[in-house]
Design a protein around this ligand. Structure first.
Ligand code: TXA
Ligand code: MG
Length: 337
């Protein structure tokens, strides 16, 4: 059920979380499917409902840096002092779309970390998420609230469409402002490493940390080369309709009858299309990120044979957008081979 986030509704949602039940809630990136991260059976329900492999760990959400530090086991870090310094240096990025991988404190159930001794932590920047976290006083494990492998939800209705009655309580916080999932940054080794690009970019992180950060980079260098190696790409964020990137369409490409296009600016489509969706008039990356998943879902429900999507420079937020696009189109390319 979709619920408006009144004070009473937040109190009710917090009580449900404390009782080991699941609650879907908005964040600035995408909607999350939340459970008490200290409760093993609650965390297991997330994997069941999403059809998520138990080997894929979850992100834990907290409401403050003080609480975040509570779930880091500094004593198990190779360099506890440096890790603590780095977490403090990242303070200006929170609340915000950044998750850090750190040694896990024993308070977090190993169901959340998929049996591993590290955990992903973040402070989401959404008033409803922060109110909920404060009201329940718990660390909340929450992956994106969609069936595993499908496009992440950016509205409460998307959550309902994907997970239906298996989630009893969906707090509605409106459309997500960022629209793609948080940057995942590993602080386990000496050189911090981006495991998933997001709205907090490598250059943002380098500035905050004052050290070099290993970028996530299948797209650096020749983009085409990467596109020719779909075996390296994990299929993810995928609509059921096949997806092809605009850059892979040539005048010789044979196209099916019903093609839909998602464009990043008000320019000509690369091919004849029955539906055209322009998600930014000016190629604005923040706007593209905010609209992308809703557009993919909309065209996925339009009875098309193929979705063609524009591409952007894989720089800054563009790297995160291209990561999601390449994954969404990965299965199409591998079946073409
Ligand atoms: O923006 C987001 O991060 C959203 C909202 C709800 O906060 N959550 C989200 O969660 O995208 P999920 O589960 O869909 O993605 C979590 C990512 C996965 O790629 C997972 O493998 C990685 O974080 N991850 C989680 N814990 C990890 C760990 N201990 N080590 C390495 N990767 C980890
Ligand atoms: Mg996800």
């Amino acid at each position: 059920m979709i619920i408006q986030p009144s004070e009473k509704a937040i109190t009710e949602a917090a009580a449900r979380l404390r009782a080991g039940e699941l609650v879907a809630f908005p964040t600035e990136t995408v909607y999350g499917l939340g459970a008490d991260a200290t409760n093993e059976s609650a965390a297991r329900k997330i994997f069941e409902i999403k059809g998520r492999p138990a080997t894929n760990p979850l992100i834990v959400h907290v409401d403050s840096i003080e609480r975040l530090l509570r779930y880091v086991d500094l004593s198990r870090s190779k360099n506890p002092k440096l890790l603590e310094q780095r977490l403090v240096a990242l303070r200006p990025a929170w609340p915000g779309p950044l998750s850090v991988i750190v040694p896990k404190s024993s308070a977090i159930t190993s169901a959340v970390s998929a049996g591993g001794d590290t955990v992903a932590l973040r402070i989401p920047n959404h008033p409803v998420a922060l109110q909920l976290l404060r009201a329940c006083g718990l660390p909340i494990a929450a992956p994106s609230a969609n069936p595993s492998m499908y496009v992440s939800p950016t509205t409460a209705q998307h959550v309902l469409d994907g997970l239906g009655s298996s989630v009893a309580y969906i707090l509605d916080g409106g459309p997500c402002q960022v629209g793609i999932e948080s940057t995942v940054l590993s602080l386990i080794d000496e050189t911090p490493r981006i495991l998933r690009p997001g709205a907090v970019t490598a250059s943002d992180l380098q500035k905050l940390l004052g050290c070099s950060v290993e970028e996530w980079a299948p797209l650096t260098g020749d983009e085409r080369e990467t596109l020719l190696s779909p075996g390296l790409l994990e299929k993810h964020y995928s609509p059921r309709t096949p997806v092809v990137l605009r850059t892979n369409i040539t005048p010789l490409t044979k196209l099916p009858p019903k093609v839909g296009c998602i464009l990043f600016a008000d320019h000509a489509a690369p091919c004849a299309a029955v539906t055209i969706k322009i998600i930014s008039d000016t190629g604005d990356l923040a706007e593209i990120a905010a609209q992308l998943f809703a557009a993919l879902r909309e065209l996925d429900h339009a009875g098309l044979d193929l979705i063609v999507i524009d591409t952007c420079e894989p720089i800054g937020l563009g790297a995160a957008i291209m990561d999601r696009l390449i994954r969404a189109s990965a299965s199409t390319r591998s079946t073409e081979k």
